[in-house]
Design a binder for this molecule. Structure first.
Ligand code: URA
Length: 432
C-alpha cells in the first residue's frame, strides 16, 4: 500500500492490480483508514486519468452485490441526481417514464445535510415500504414497469467506507472520486442506460459550470468504457427546485406536478430529463418527441395512475395520494415576511436547505431522525416581485426552537433588488 500511495503522490498512473489490491484489502479490513486517507489526498492533488477512474469504478462496483436485471424485458433505465434542494424529480420522473413503457428500476438513497433523499420523501406516505428483496424489486418492475427501493446494505461497500473517509479528510470534491462513487453504485444497480442530472450552484457539489462539465465528461467516459449509455444534463441549483422543501411537502408538490399543476421549473426539468430517458429506452426518436409524449401522459392522467400503482404495490395508502391533506403535518407553522419591496434577485439553495434541516426535515448526521411533515414552502422565487410585509416563505416544524435558526437562514437566502434580475437558465448543457 505504501508503494501505491507513493506512486500516486508522484503522479504515476496506477494499474488494475493496484486498485484491486487496495480496494479489496480496504473492504476486508486489512488496509487501515490512515493509508487510504493518504491515498485520497494524493488523488486530490495529482488527480486520476479517465482510465484509472474507470478501473477504480469497476473494482468498487464489484466490492458487493451486483443487481442483475436481465430477466426484465426491454431497456432498463435509471436516473441519478448529484443532489440538490427541493429536488423531488424521481417521484415524478420514474412514474412518468414507466407510463411511457420504459422499465424503471430505481434504487435510491436517504438525505444528508442540506439535501433531501427520495426514500425519506416516499416514507412520508403511510405504509409505503422502501425495503424490498431483490426478487420483489425485479417482480414489481416486471409487473408495473416501476419500483423504487432502498439500496441494500451490501451495495458497493467500498463506497460507504471510502466516502466516510473522504467526508473527514477534505477529499469529497474531486471529480474522479465523485464519478467513481456515483457510477459504481449506478452500475451495480444493473440499468442499461442512465441519465445523470448534475447540479451546479450554491446548493450543489459543483459550484461552477466548468466543474460540472468536467464531471459530466468523466461520468460519460466511465459509462462508455463499461458499455452503458449515459447522458449528462447540467442543471442549475442556484435556487431550490420548485416551491416545496421537506419530505411530505415535496410529495404533495410531486402529486400536483403529476396532475399537471406543478411549478414550471420542476415540471420542465422532469420533462427534459424524461425526454432523454425515452430516447435511451428507444420509445422516442429524439428528446423533443420524448418530451411531447410525456406531456400527453400527464394530461391524460396516465402518469398519475402509474404513480398510484407504484404506491399501492409497495404498501402505501392510496387515500393519502387522493387526499394529500392526510400527509404528515406539523404542530407549528410560522410565516417569514419580506422586510422590503423589490424583486427577488437571489434565493440561496444551500441556506434554504440548511433552514429546512433546522426545522427537522433533514439529517445533520447519518443517524439523526427526520420529521416528515417539517420543511419550507416558498412563496417567491428569483425574478418575482415582493411587497414589504408580503410572505416569502412558510416554515413548518414540530419543534418551535428551530424557527429562529431557520428564520436567520431564510433571511440570508433572499436578496431583494430594485431591478428585475435576468431569469436563470435551468438546463445549462446536455452532454451525450
Ligand atoms: N454523490 C455520491 O454518491 N458520491 C459523491 O462522492 C458525491 C455525490
Amino acid at each position: 500500500m505504501i508503494e501505491i500511495i507513493k506512486k500516486k503522490r508522484n503522479g504515476v498512473e496506477l494499474s488494475k492490480e493496484d486498485f484491486r489490491f487496495m480496494i479489496d484489502g480496504f473492504v476486508a479490513g486489512e488496509i487501515p483508514d490512515y493509508q487510504i486517507s493518504a491515498f485520497l489526498m494524493a488523488v486530490y492533488f495529482k488527480g486520476m486519468t479517465e482510465n484509472e477512474t474507470a478501473i477504480l469504478t469497476d473494482v468498487m462496483m464489484r466490492s458487493g452485490d451486483l443487481i442483475d436485471l436481465s430477466e426484465i424485458e426491454g431497456i432498463k433505465v435509471d436516473k441519478h441526481s448529484t443532489g440538490g434542494v427541493g429536488d423531488k424529480t424521481t417521484l415524478i420522473l420514474a412514474p412518468l417514464v414507466a407510463a411511457a413503457g420504459v422499465p424503471v428500476a430505481k434504487m435510491s438513497g436517504r438525505g444528508l445535510g442540506h439535501t433531501g433523499g427520495t426514500l425519506d420523501k416516499l416514507e412520508s406516505i403511510k405504509g409505503f415500504s422502501v425495503d424490498m428483496s431483490k426478487e420483489a424489486f425485479i417482480e414489481n418492475v416486471k409487473k408495473y414497469n416501476i419500483a423504487v427501493c432502498g439500496q441494500n446494505d451490501n451495495l458497493v461497500p467500498a463506497d460507504k467506507k471510502i466516502y466516510a473517509l473522504r467526508d473527514v479528510t477534505g477529499t469529497v470534491d474531486n471529480i474522479s472520486l465523485i464519478s467513481s462513487s456515483i457510477m459504481s453504485k449506478k452500475l451495480a444497480c444493473g440499468a442499461d442506460a442512465i441519465v445523470v442530472d448534475i447540479k451546479v450552484g450554491e446548493g450543489a457539489y459543483m459550484k461552477t459550470q466548468e466543474e460540472a462539465e468536467d464531471l459530466a465528461k468523466m461520468i460519460i467516459g466511465i459509462g462508455s468504457k463499461m458499455k452503458r449509455k449515459v447522458i449528462a444534463v447540467i442543471s442549475a441549483m442556484h435556487e431550490p427546485l420548485g416551491l416545496a422543501v421537506g419530505n411530505a411537502l415535496e410529495v404533495k408538490e410531486a402529486i400536483d406536478t403529476l396532475k399537471g399543476n406543478g411549478p414550471a421549473d420542476l415540471n420542465d426539468l422532469c420533462l427534459q430529463l424524461g425526454g432523454h430517458l425515452l430516447v435511451l429506452g428507444k420509445v422516442a426518436k429524439n428528446q423533443v418527441e420524448g418530451t411531447k409524449k410525456l406531456e400527453k401522459l400527464i394530461t391524460s392522467g396516465a402518469a398519475f395512475e402509474k404513480f398510484k400503482e407504484m404506491i399501492k404495490a409497495q404498501g402505501g395508502d392510496l387515500n393519502v395520494i387522493d387526499q394529500p391533506d392526510l400527509l404528515p403535518k406539523t404542530e407549528f407553522a410560522q410565516v417569514f415576511k419580506s422586510k422590503k419591496e423589490g424583486f427577488i434577485s437571489e434565493l440561496n439553495a444551500l441556506d434554504i436547505g440548511m433552514a429546512s434541516m433546522k426545522l427537522g426535515a433533514g439529517r445533520a448526521t447519518k443517524d439523526s431522525k427526520i420529521d416528515h411533515g417539517a420543511g419550507i414552502l416558498l412563496r417567491k422565487k428569483i425574478g418575482d416581485f415582493v411587497k414589504k410585509d408580503e410572505i416569502l416563505a412558510t416554515m413548518f416544524s414540530n419543534n418551535q426552537d428551530g424557527f429562529e435558526k431557520a428564520e436567520r437562514l431564510i433571511d440570508a437566502a433572499f436578496k431583494i433588488s430594485k431591478t428585475k434580475p435576468r431569469k436563470n437558465t435551468l438546463i445549462l448543457k446536455t452532454i451525450e
